[in-house]
Design a protein around this ligand. Structure first.
Ligand code: URA
Length: 227
C-alpha cells in the first residue's frame, strides 16, 4: 500500500491530509522521514505520522521444519495433516511454504510470512540448489550421473530437465542436486533409469539453508540471521 493511503486510512485523516503531512516531513517509516507519498510500505515496516502510530511493524518469520513421511506440504487440507500442523507458533496461520515435498518424502521445508522471501527461493529463474538424499530399490547404474547431467525429456511439461548432479554414495544410495522442482521430478528421473523406484527421498538443503542434524523429524525452528 502507498504511504499516503496507509496513513490516511489507519489514522482516519483521509489521503489528502496524509499527503500534506508526508510532504511536511511528519511521516516516519522505520524511524526515517519519508517525503514520497507514493512510497510503498509493507506490513513489516512501522509507520508513524505526526507522532501517532499508523502501523506497527509485523515481525518477519523464517522457519524450517523437518517433515516426516505422511505429512502434506501444504498449509491446510481437509484429510491429511500438513506441515503447518507441526508448528505451534502463534503466527502460524500467516506462514506459507517455499517449495514442496511429496507426502512420502522427508526433510527440509522452509516457511515464512514474507512472500518476497518464499518467492525468491521458489523462483525457477534463480536456479536455487535443492539437495536430496535418495535410497533406491536397485543399484544405481554407473551412467546415472551422466544421464542426470544431460537432462530428461518430460513430455507432459514439454521440457528437458536442467542439468542435475548425481553422486553415487552406495550401491542403492545417491545424493542429487536439482535447480528446479518439477512434479515428482526425482522419482520420474530415476524411473527413466530402467524403472528404478525410490525407497526414500530426503531433502537436506535449499540454497544456503541446511537441515540441521539435531532437528528431529516433526520439529521446527526459526532460522536466524535473515534480514
Ligand atoms: N522430487 C520428487 O520426486 N519428490 C519430492 O518430494 C522432491 C523432489
Amino acid at each position: 500500500m502507498k504511504l499516503s493511503q496507509l496513513i490516511g486510512k489507519r489514522l482516519q485523516i483521509g489521503e489528502k491530509r496524509a499527503r500534506e503531512q508526508i510532504l511536511a516531513g511528519n511521516a516516519l517509516v522505520n524511524g526515517k522521514v519519508f517525503l514520497d507519498p507514493h512510497h510503498p510500505v509493507s506490513r513489516f515496516e512501522e509507520v508513524i505520522c505526526d507522532g501517532r502510530q499508523a502501523q506497527a511493524a509485523t515481525s518477519r518469520l523464517f522457519l524450517m521444519v523437518n517433515k516426516p513421511a505422511g505429512i502434506l506440504s501444504a498449509t491446510s487440507d481437509p484429510v491429511h495433516r500438513t506441515v503447518l500442523d507441526l508448528i505451534d507458533h502463534p503466527a502460524r496461520a500467516t506462514l506459507h511454504l517455499a517449495g514442496r515435498l511429496d507426502r512420502s518424502s522427508t526433510g527440509l521445508v522452509l516457511l515464512s510470512n514474507d512472500g518476497g522471501w518464499t518467492s525468491l527461493l521458489s523462483d525457477p529463474a534463480r536456479l536455487v540448489e535443492k539437495v536430496y538424499l535418495v535410497g533406491t530399490d536397485r543399484p544405481v547404474p554407473a551412467d546415472a550421473a551422466d544421464r542426470f547431467a544431460e537432462g530428461f525429456w518430460f513430455a507432459t511439461e514439454g521440457i528437458t530437465t536442467r542439468p542435475a548432479r548425481l553422486e553415487i554414495l552406495e550401491e542403492r544410495c545417491a545424493r542429487v542436486t536439482l535447480v528446479e522442482g518439477r512434479y515428482h521430478q526425482i522419482k520420474r528421473m530415476f524411473h527413466r533409469l530402467g524403472g528404478i523406484r525410490l525407497t526414500s527421498l530426503h531433502r537436506e538443503r535449499i540454497g544456503p539453508h541446511e537441515l540441521p542434524a539435531d532437528l528431529a523429524p516433526g520439529q521446527w525452528r526459526a532460522i536466524a540471521g535473515i534480514n
